[in-house]
Structures are given as structure tokens and as C-alpha cells.
Design a protein around this ligand. Structure first.
Ligand code: FES
Length: 149
């Protein structure tokens, strides 16, 4: 292999590694769980928010509950160990399923956006998301699907 081929192959390999690692990190940033569905709601383990890193523990700011028994997923935001919000990921404009982009829920249909409390921050939607009460019981969260927060 001559010098030119070596440089060309090395650059291609570096670029591939960079692209693949950025794709892998973006794929791992959203966490999903099925939760444990009961008669009145869904139970999650708080540990599902934990991200184990080298020597320390961090927490994901949200996880998505996707359960076959539910028509839409629920995005659960964690503010601290005792404060959470559970948001129905159904756009209040025309009902498209929302996408979680960090602290913003984005609607791919017409561009509405909601903050991590479910409040509209960009239309055309003009009403906030449905939010469910979240009870914190020791190591578990209970999302009460009977009520609206
Ligand atoms: S359905 Fe979400 S903005 Fe229209």
C-alpha cells in the first residue's frame, strides 16, 4: 500500500467510526420501557432512569413508556428523585404521535411543540398535553391513568 492509499483508507475508517459512534450515541439517548400495567395505571421502577457511567451514576431526564395496551406512549420526565411528569404523547392538534427531543415533545405532522410540563410552546396546537398524576412510592413510580394531573 502506498502512502496515498494509506491516508485515504485511514480517513475513510476514521470517518466511519465517527459516524457510527454518533449514531450509536443518538440511539442510546432515548430509553424505553413497557412498565407494569395494572387496572388503574402503570408502575415503573425508578432505577430505569439510572445511567451507569464510569464510577458515577447519572439519570436520564426522561423515559418513554410504550405498552401495547396503550394507544399512545407516555413520556415520563424526571426533574429530581421525587418529581416526575407523565405526558400522553398524543398531539392536541390532530392526534399525531409526538417525538421526544430532549425536553421538547415535537409533532412531526405540523410542527407543534410542547415543553416537559406538557405546555404548548409552538402551534398550531392550542391546548396542553394530557398529563397523568405520578405517585412516588419508595423505588417505584405509579402513573395513574384514571385521572388527569
Ligand atoms: S397533529 Fe400535531 S401539529 Fe398537527
Amino acid at each position: 500500500m502506498n502512502r496515498r492509499d494509506f491516508i485515504k483508507n485511514s480517513c475513510t475508517a476514521c470517518l466511519s467510526v465517527t459516524v457510527l459512534s454518533s449514531l450509536a450515541s443518538s440511539c442510546t439517548s432515548i430509553r424505553y420501557t413497557g412498565g407494569k400495567l395494572g387496572k388503574d395505571g402503570i408502575t415503573l421502577n425508578k432505577a430505569e432512569f439510572k445511567i451507569k457511567q464510569k464510577g458515577s451514576i447519572a439519570y436520564s431526564s426522561f423515559i418513554i413508556v410504550r405498552n401495547d395496551a396503550l394507544k399512545y406512549p407516555i413520556c415520563v420526565y424526571r426533574y429530581n428523585d421525587t418529581e416526575y411528569t407523565a405526558l400522553w404523547m398524543k398531539c392536541t392538534h390532530q392526534g399525531a404521535e409526538l417525538q421526544a427531543l430532549g425536553d421538547v415533545l415535537h409533532c412531526p405532522a405540523h410542527g407543534s411543540e410542547f415543553n416537559n410540563k406538557g405546555q404548548v410552546i409552538n402551534g398550531p396546537a392550542d391546548s396542553n398535553l394530557r398529563a397523568f398524576p405520578v405517585a412516588v412510592n419508595n423505588d417505584e413510580l405509579f402513573i395513574d391513568l384514571r385521572k388527569q394531573a
